[in-house]
Design a protein around this ligand. Structure first.
Ligand SMILES: Nc1ncnc2c1ncn2[C@@H]1O[C@H](COP(=O)(O)OP(=O)(O)OP(=O)(O)O)[C@@H](O)[C@H]1O
Ligand SMILES: [Mg+2]
Length: 345
């Protein structure tokens, strides 16, 4: 056999592909928060402004990383997706930090403090494209960076910085911030409320505290909650609970509009899928049922543990993964059988 040849990917083209995976600003930020929560942070500050330059900084008070841990964290695909993760680990692929960041910016700097030691590393996409190699840089002037002074005062934690943000529109950046606040208050609402006996997560965007938004309006007496159902699948338990939100006659106009969300009631009906207490997908019937005006108040809560990842083939193409949709169909069919007809809701 002829000698095998190494044909490495063209870095610039590969990076361009990675940048177009389809993250929105708020979804990318939520990926960073997953990492902070997994690192046991209970305080996360975000600072993001459009002027003079667009910049985004996120500081957590999690366990932080040593220099060698940080270098490994910067590697693409640093973890094996088939490996079992701790119950509270929201990650899976060892990619999110990089792919989420690259979807928004061309310069990703991570500064982390652990056991009193501060380490910093940076991916500069222009630099690696020019050199056609994955050269990881060690930035020198970090002291003046946003939120660095705060990190310096903490015992441990991690600061993520995005520079050269070329995907957000500077002119209407306040809209990005509005969408970010709404998205975080929804997808992390359980962490913001406090889970079990753990301290509730404190999350700030430009010093404003983010309040939890529970999409089921659970505290309103007119909300109808049906019985919790449990399905055993692949040795794990999936929990399902349908809700019918209060009719507008039972709510003030303000409250009715709040629960309509940005998308409105019709688009917000359907399944709300939580993995490890974090909302992954919401407001969809996965093709099992049409979004109807008559069912606009129906929201079905589904909880899956992260131990089912391998079976569910969870991927960053989550929305499109056909295997996964099969599982959802399975859940849907089960519901269908249990309740005779989904029309009843
Ligand atoms: N804020 C943080 N604090 C401490 N460690 C972190 C932080 N962010 C990332 N890491 C470390 O870097 C690793 C890589 O993060 P990354 O988001 O790329 O992948 P992941 O979270 O393992 O999986 P996924 O691709 O599903 O996000 C993490 O597994 C974790 O060890
Ligand atoms: Mg991650």
């Amino acid at each position: 056999m002829a000698k095998p040849e190494i044909v490495a990917p063209n870095v610039e083209n590969f990076v361009d592909y990675l940048r177009d995976i389809g993250y929105s600003f708020e979804v990318a930020v939520a990926d960073l928060i997953d990492n902070s929560i997994t690192a046991k942070a209970n305080n996360i500050q975000i600072y993001t402004v459009a002027k003079p330059d667009l910049i985004f900084a996120l500081l957590d008070n999690g366990i932080g990383m040593t220099e060698s841990e940080l270098i490994e964290a910067m590697r693409l695909a640093t973890k094996n997706p088939k490996e079992k993760r701790a119950k509270n680990d929201l990650g899976r692929f060892g990619l999110g930090l990089k792919t989420a960041s690259f979807s928004q910016c061309k310069k990703l700097t991570v500064i982390s403090k652990k056991a009193g030691e501060i380490s910093a590393r940076q991916w500069d996409l222009d630099y690696i494209s020019k050199r056609n190699e994955w050269y990881l840089l060690t930035p020198s002037k970090i002291e003046g960076l946003p939120l660095f002074a705060e990190l310096n005062l903490q015992k441990n934690g991690t600061l993520i910085l995005w520079q050269d943000l070329d995907r957000c529109n500077k002119a209407n950046f306040t809209n990005y911030i509005d969408r970010l606040v709404k998205h975080l208050s929804l997808v992390f609402h359980r962490f913001l409320e406090g889970i079990d006996n753990q301290k509730a997560l404190k999350l700030f965007v430009n010093s404003n505290s983010i309040k939890p938004f529970n999409p089921f309006n659970v505290n309103h007496p007119a909300t109808q909650q049906t019985a919790v159902e449990k399905i055993r699948l692949y040795g794990s338990t999936i929990t399902i609970q349908p809700f019918i939100l209060p009719h507008h006659s039972k709510l003030s106009q303000q409250e009715y509009e709040l629960y309509a969300t940005e998308e409105g009631y019709i688009k917000s009906q359907g399944f709300y899928l939580y993995r490890g207490n974090r909302i992954l997908i919401y407001g969809t019937w996965w093709g099992l049922h049409r979004a109807l005006d008559a069912h606009k108040l129906v929201r079905i809560k589904i909880d899956i543990p992260n131990s089912m990842d391998v079976e569910l083939h969870q991927s960053f193409e989550f929305y499109y993964c056909s295997n996964q949709i099969c599982i959802y169909c399975l859940i849907g069919q089960h519901l269908h059988q249990q309740h005779h007809s989904i029309q009843r809701w």
